[in-house]
Each structure stands twice: as C-alpha cells, then as structure tokens.
Design a protein around this ligand. Structure first.
Ligand code: PEP
Ligand code: MG
Length: 304
C-alpha cells in the first residue's frame, strides 16, 4: 500500500535480498529536482533538455544553457545525473531544425541525426554541459538519443570526450543498436534504453497514433528480447545499462527489467515509491524467473 511504499523512501532501490537497482528520476526542467528529491530519487536518469529549445525561434545561447544545466546539477551533489542531448524531430519537432516535408518524421531527422546536420547546436550544447559540470559536483553522465549503431555511438562519445566529459553514452531506441549491442559496449561508457521509442521502432507502430496504440507496450516479448540483448552485452563488458522509458514506471515490469539484468531504472518521480516497494518484495532469483516468463511472452496480452 501507499503508506508502506512511502516508508521506503530514503532506502536504495533493491530486491529483497539486496541486489541493488538504483532508482532515478526523469526530469524535464531544473525545477523538477523538487519532486525527484521528495520521492527519494537516487539521482537523475534522464534530464530532457528540449524545454530550452521549445517555443523559441533559434537555439538558446551557451550561457543560457549552462545556467539551466548548472541549476539542475547543483541539486544533486555527488549523485548521478544523466543529461540527454536535444531530441529534436519526430514527436518533438523544432521549426528551426526539423524539416517540414518529411513523410515519416519518426523515420527522419531526429535526435543525433538532427544534431549532426546542425553541428553548431551539437557543439554548443556539449560546451554548455561541460561548463555546467565545471561549476558543480554532481556525477555527470551525458547521452544522445536516436543512435543507430556503434559508429554513431563512437562519433558522439569521441566528441563528448573531446569536450572533457567523462561519462559519455547513448540511448538505445532503435532495434539496430540492440542487434549491435556487443559492438556498442566497446565504445560507449553506458547505454540507457528508451523503451517508448524502442517499442515504437521494434513493432513499427507510431507512438503518437491512437489506431496502433495497442502495440505501444514494452511487455511485448520482442521488446524485452531487444532489451536483453543490450543488458547481456552491458553485463558481459562492465558497461552500465539503464532503462529510462515509461516501462520503468510499471512496478511489475520494473521487476522483469531487473531480472533481465538492467542495472538502473529511471522514471517519473511519482512512480518511485511503488517501483521501490515492488522490487523490495522479490528476490533477485524471483525477478529472473519473472523475466524468463516475460521473455517467453507469458504476460503479453495480444489484441483481440
Ligand atoms: C524513450 O523513448 O523511451 C525516451 C525516454 O525518450 P522520449 O520519450 O523523450 O522520446
Ligand atoms: Mg525517445
């Protein structure tokens, strides 16, 4: 129950037998640090940076970005904070960066693809993040969305490191990166799985379209098998693998993700209590059994 779940705030995310799964918060602006801390987040697993760009006619200055990033980072001294690079395009179009004539925007320029076309936006954002890092003492990680393979991962990681950033990784949102996960583990410091997009692209169903909404669930065993490919590659190579999509906020699915071998979960702060309580109610072995059944499709309800 809710009161009991609340009692666990301040405890780390872990199974009944002490297998640690850090529980982090998804935030969309610096002020979201308040609910994240209130609900006992152990850090920030996804800081979406689109708020700085939306509604503007041009990209924000390096100074403006630095201030916003430092504001969030300063609330988490010594704690992990994962900043995500601008995800422009598809469901998050920006008039000055996103082409208007794409027939299939979800398959067009978005995330890293947009940033590579607009190199100054990419360089400026990395510069601002590096400056904010220098002014604060959070444990800063930086990642980029919509990465297709190890070559794109390598491109971004090298660029991030050239700016002095220490932990540089990628989001796994496209099935191709799951299929290449062993190669990605050779170049990226970490992977964070965006299950909203990984589900959309694995099942080829637009996440914004009501007519195909029943496909949009990470309980589909195909999505879970893609996640397993990434978790296995991460665990074999000592590369942390987190989940930061909606799937992490479903307590039963969170147990399955832990059992698959995911190392951390990031979610909307209000979901933290229930996920923490659910994880604490099972042993790691039980979570692994749940994962095996889920990977077999036992819990998936196909459309009638
Ligand atoms: C995701 O795709 O799961 C994700 C976390 O990113 P967004 O929802 O912002 O695309
Ligand atoms: Mg996404």
């Amino acid at each position: 129950n809710a009161a009991k779940a609340k009692e666990l705030r301040g405890e780390p995310g872990q199974t009944k037998d002490g297998h640690l799964i850090p529980l982090l918060a998804n935030v969309g602006k610096p002020e979201d640090a308040d609910p994240a801390l209130e609900y006992g987040a152990e850090g920030v697993g996804l800081f979406r940076t689109e708020f700085l760009f939306l509604g503007n006619e041009e990209p924000p200055s390096v100074e403006e970005q630095t201030e916003a990033y430092a504001k969030l980072l300063s609330r988490f001294p010594g704690k992990k904070v994962v900043i995500r690079m601008l995800d422009a395009g598809a469901d998050k179009p920006l008039p000055f960066l996103t082409p208007e004539d794409e027939p299939n925007p979800a398959l067009g320029l978005r995330g890293l693809r947009t940033l590579r076309v607009h190199k100054k936006v990419l360089e400026d954002q990395l510069e601002a993040i590096a400056r904010a890092d220098a002014q604060t003492n959070a444990d800063l990680w930086v990642m980029v969305p919509m990465v297709a393979d190890q070559w794109e991962a390598d491109y971004f990681v090298k660029l991030g490191k050239s700016k002095g950033l220490k932990k540089v990784g990628v989001m796994a949102e496209v099935p191709s990166i799951a299929l290449m996960a062993d190669k990605v583990a050779q170049v990226a410091d970490f992977v964070s799985i965006g299950t909203n997009d990984l589900t959309q692209y694995t099942l080829a169903a637009d996440r914004t379209l009501g007519s195909v909404a029943h496909y949009q669930t990470a309980w589909h065993p195909a999505v879970l098998r893609a996640i397993k490919l990434i978790a296995d590659a991460g665990n074999a190579n000592g590369m942390p693998v987190g989940v930061c999509g909606e799937a992490a906020a479903d307590p039963d699915l969170a147990v399955v993700l832990a059992g698959i071998g995911v190392n951390s979960l990031s979610m909307t702060p209000v979901a933290l209590d229930d996920v923490r309580a659910q994880l604490a109610s099972v042993t790691f072995e039980e979570a692994k059994q749940k994962a095996a059944a889920a990977l077999n499709g036992d819990f998936y309800k196909p459309a009638e």
